[in-house]
Design a protein. Structure first.
Length: 226
């Protein structure tokens, strides 16, 4: 007995059975919509996975109170290690325990090699932090360091006076009316040690910068007398 063929299904929206072309179009539309939904779902899933990985990495990183605020280098040790490369003794002053040497090393620019220490200073009275830097600059042939290079380090400020500290004659740059948030040089001192240009400057008070300059002079004198 032959199998009885089912009559075509009437589509409610059409009120009649679909034509083969309409069936094909419907299936194509359903397939496209399915793929779109699947793509969106995959994107959402991928985003959730990424966020989960970020959270895991964040939780794995130590969240203590350390970090840059507590970071400090041993400037005196680094000065001793860099001195042979520089071919001279490098300044490494004693500073208050609350200060932190954030960076110390040799650099080169404009035909000048220089040793630099950058400090975060702390005012003992107010407890406020500021910035101070020591620079010892020299040339390969022993010629004087170019004045334009020196002024560039001092943010192109004009000299305002002269003074003697620690046996070194210094040119002073007093510009304490500048904004400490926009400058690293409110007060600075420029001196000479043998063939080297010595710069001490920062955003701390002139008294603190002078004390740091005295420490630089003492450091260089002590190494020369060894």
């Amino acid at each position: 007995m032959a199998k009885k063929q089912k009559p075509p299904v009437v589509v409610a929206e059409l009120g009649r059975p679909e034509t083969p072309a309409e069936t094909a179009a419907r299936k194509a539309t359903d397939s496209r919509l399915y793929k779109q939904r699947k793509t969106v779902n995959n994107l959402v899933f991928s985003l959730l996975v990424s966020l989960g990985l970020v959270l895991v990495i964040f939780l794995m990183v130590p969240q203590g109170k350390g970090g840059y605020a507590e970071h400090a280098v041993d400037a005196q040790k680094l000065a001793a290690e860099a001195s042979p490369s520089a071919g001279r003794d490098l300044a490494a002053p004693d500073v208050p325990e609350a200060w932190k040497a954030k960076w110390a090393g040799l650099k080169s620019s404009g035909g000048v090699t220089y040793w630099q220490i950058n400090y975060t200073t702390v005012d003992e009275a107010s407890g406020l932090e500021a910035y101070a830097s020591v620079v010892q600059a020299f040339t390969s042939d022993g010629s004087p360091v170019d004045e334009d290079w020196i002024l560039g380090q001092l943010e192109n400020q004009r000299p305002t006076g002269a003074e003697e500290i620690g046996g070194i004659d210094w040119i002073a740059y007093d510009h304490t009316d500048r904004d400490a948030d926009e400058s690293n040089m409110l007060f600075g001192l420029q001196g000479q040690w043998e063939q080297d240009a010595i710069l001490v400057y920062g955003t701390d008070s002139p008294a603190t910068i002078r004390t740091l300059a005295a420490g630089v002079a003492d450091s260089l004198t002590a190494m020369k007398e060894k």
